[in-house]
Design a protein around this ligand. Structure first.
Ligand SMILES: [Fe+2]
Length: 266
């Protein structure tokens, strides 16, 4: 009975979340914002790339690179330390980790409606090889990430090395497995879901066997409902240094249960 109640609540939360997200998404497409209206030389109150960088969705000639400007990731009241204006972000993709041999570069606009995230679809690259990428906003520079293009269609592939990850509950363990993944020469990481958990932060929890265990660390805030609360929780997970290191070649994130939809009695 308690589980049924939880399920109903979870479904209501999910609808609410989708409604909020939908409204924000629609606003983003309606706003006539151009790069000329964006801050070209922003000055931040703190390091704005604290969530690191990420890449995914590879193809033979490119991939997506991502980051988010968030100088104060856990401070919702202060809008995470960002102005409510668009901000210009420069991006670079190179053939070497020193960025001497540049393959592509450009300027993207981080919009406030999208939480100042930056999503660049890079194309025109060579297949089956590594690239290095980074972002710059004002005088601040992101960490360097490594990405990889897929082999050309129909080409012979001698070996594929991948890792599978999921259920990375921030409170129930440290990300030492991610640290190991970052040291492996992987072609991609397949993340099958539960990238975050939406519950209220808890000092203790009950595992499947019924044992009461102490959380290794506690998430900030109550159960997630608003998009700001979701962004703060994502930020909390992504700020972990071991988590940042593996924000590399994530190939496919199927976020089935991150939307307040997992109503398991754990
Ligand atoms: Fe899970």
């Amino acid at each position: 009975m308690a589980l049924m109640t939880d399920l109903r609540l979870a479904r209501a939360s999910r609808r609410r979340w989708l409604k909020l997200f939908g409204a924000a998404g629609a606003a983003a497409f309606l706003l006539p914002v151009t790069s000329r209206e964006a801050f070209a030389r922003p000055v931040f109150s703190d390091y704005p790339f604290r969530l690191g960088v990420a890449t995914g969705d590879p193809s033979p000639d490119g991939f997506v690179i991502w980051t988010r400007l968030m100088p104060r990731p856990l401070d919702i009241e202060a809008n995470h330390g960002m102005p409510r204006q668009p901000v210009e972000v420069q991006w670079e993709v190179a053939r070497d980790e020193t960025f001497r041999d540049m393959a592509a570069k450009g300027t993207a606009v981080a919009h406030p409606e999208l939480g100042h995230s930056v999503h660049v679809e890079v194309s025109g690259l060579e297949p089956a090889r590594p690239y290095w990428y980074r972002f710059t906003a004002g005088r601040e520079r992101s960490f360097t990430g490594r990405a990889r293009t897929l082999p050309a269609a129909g080409s012979r592939v001698a070996r594929v090395r991948l890792a599978v990850a999921g259920c990375q509950n921030y409170e129930q363990g440290l990300y030492t497995a991610h640290q190991h993944l970052a040291r492996e020469e992987l072609d991609f990481v397949y993340c099958y879901g539960d990238y975050i958990y939406e519950y209220r932060g808890r000092e203790v929890y009950q595992d499947r066997s019924g044992a009461i265990l102490t959380s290794v660390r506690r998430s900030t805030g109550d159960e997630l409902h608003t998009i700001d609360e979701y962004r703060r929780r994502y930020a909390e997970y992504k700020m972990d240094a071991d988590h940042i290191t593996v924000s590399g070649p994530i190939c496919d994130v199927v976020q089935q249960r991150g939307l307040a939809a997992s109503a398991r009695p754990l």
